[in-house]
Unconditional design. Sequence first.
Length: 700
Amino acid sequence: MSEPSPNRSARAEQRPVTAMRGVGAMLAERLQRLGVTQVQDLLFVLPLRYEDRTRIVPMGSLQPGLRAAVEGEVQLTEVVFRRRRQMLCRISDGSGFLTLRFFHFTSAQQSGLARGTRIRCFGEIRRGPLGLEMVHPEYRRVSEATSGLEETLTPIYPGTEGVAQGRMRALVNEALRELDRAAVRDWVPPQVLAPLGLPSLKEALTYVHNPPREARIEELAAGRHPAQRRLAFEELLAHHVSLRLMKRAARTEPSWPLEDPEHLSRRFIESLPFPLTGAQARVLKEVETDLMGHEPTVRLLQGDVGCGKTVIAAAAAARAAGSGFQAVLMAPTELLAEQHWRNFCQWFHPLHVPVALVSGSQPARVRRSALQAIASGEVRIVVGTHALFQEGMDFAQLALVIVDEQHRFGVQQRLRLQEKGRKHGRFPHQLIMTATPIPRTLAMTAYADLDISVIDELPPGRTPVKTVVVPEQRREEVVARILQACREGRQVYWVCPLIEESDELRSQAAEETAAVLAEALPDVRIGLVHGRMPPAKKDQAMLAFKAGKIQLLVATTVIEVGVDVPNATLMVIENAERMGLAQLHQLRGRVGRGADASTCVLLYRAPLSELARERLRVIRETNDGFVIARRDLELRGPGELLGTRQTGLAQLRVADLMRDADLLPRVQQAAELMLETCPDNIAPLAARWIGSGERYGRVG
Ligand code: ADP
Ligand code: MG
């Protein structure tokens, strides 16, 4: 193999995944959902966690909670009926026994597990009624002769909707071989990295995708290995430096001072059926002071779920409209955009201010007339989705860009929207909203130059969500409670277990749960949302739920952020012991949105680990997102095997703002250096880590 010339490596970096053997249109599309379009993107899809398949654990030394490989001989396989039809398979290796439990199985599978068959399984050990067990383990038959153990720790990649783990591993490994041939460019200036003592990009990538068998799995789970820190550093830098670039771009030109001579903002606030909370009033003042200035604003508006950020967005939009300009609010999903649009119509219609919606699913004719009204300036307030980026989308005079759930958009996308408003040498103001609870001091460092406003108070009269923790065994009581809620005209969410590695299993579990619940609750209208449904179907189900046509919504954790269904007063979360604090908090935020008392039922399966017990205690005792974020950090110490993904900072793949806080000062220095010495490296660095933003937000 010849040395890579710079030219060749540039080209290698540009190679689309479809150039890889066996990657066809369908797989390419699935990969795209993970943000992977180029071969090199594969390298930046980082493992959620690792499994040790390098050694067989004797059954006698298994512990509940452990994920392990075991090998043994089948002693008995039988199909039994215990509430549900299931297949039990008992295996032994001489040192102990283990029961394998299957709810889905074929007769071929059953006969394949005949007495005397030798199998190797991998899965999580749980305490079951018959002693230790694995539910739906991966398994295969082995002969005495096979070794076939892995040589490195096995990475588990984030759920990929139809891309199996094995396939993903093979693709990543092929990308790693290409990395060898044509190095992926390191965009971080070496002067920055040297003093930190972190490995090169190539070393880091190689290590995290294939950690050697002697690697410490606890250290990896805690995200503390230098290879991970190297990537975390680069990721933080990518976010930070692109925000700085954006701010700098915005500073080069003045903006329009929005004086609102029509007093539309004030009239809007006065028309609301409720007074603003103290925090809303304070934040609105900060926002308005910005908007009246000549300098373009880039303000980050932070506030826990349900604190009422939308009203602030609407008041800001009203100020732009009342000054004769246009404002646009961009939301990450059709559903959210539509929800905002409905709210805005309701608020602005009485004030005779038309509001336009631009979304991908509206009929072409409707969209065309919306675009026309926007281009002519007839409509001053616009709500939309990614469809706002389309060709032909032209604003008459855009003075304010508002982005909801900012972490679900890439910086590039925001820049493009900002570009649309750049006219006559002026720049639009920007308001960026997020529910991610980051302690203020950290946010200031992480987002550097952004001005930050925090709404730290919930509207009054809201009864805090009551959270109860209930063991699996009392499921029937919970079902009775659902029936009661529906009879009272209420709506209910049922969130199915978190099975990280497989979207398919997760969706299957959701379908099955929906079927079981439908049987138990024949008079209740049940809907289903899971990750394997096409987005339009998902939206449809969510809209039906919002409209009250569905009473009980069974869902995987895909339930969209920001969805507001005040009539939903009960949420059941299954296997809550397996979820992180931040995720539980976000999910729970879907209820308690009206004046009536809401309840969140956390169903768990015993036995609880020490840590799970503590997490459930925290979530039961507090509703405060910031307190939860802090406890989350304290709880996730080394030894925690859940990986780094549980933070709720969904926009970060490896980095964790709290855990990696010590890197932030260096990140700032590095950003300054890059802006001075190699500004051209910023765009590719941002593209690598932030991309088009589409890979975010799929918590489910
Ligand atoms: P988030 O900050 O999570 O986006 P929303 O803007 O969706 O929250 O607001 C949640 C709910 O609270 C909405 O139904 C909204 O109308 C209501 N709300 C907002 N501000 C107030 C207030 N000051 N008093 C009472 N209800 C409010
Ligand atoms: Mg919101």
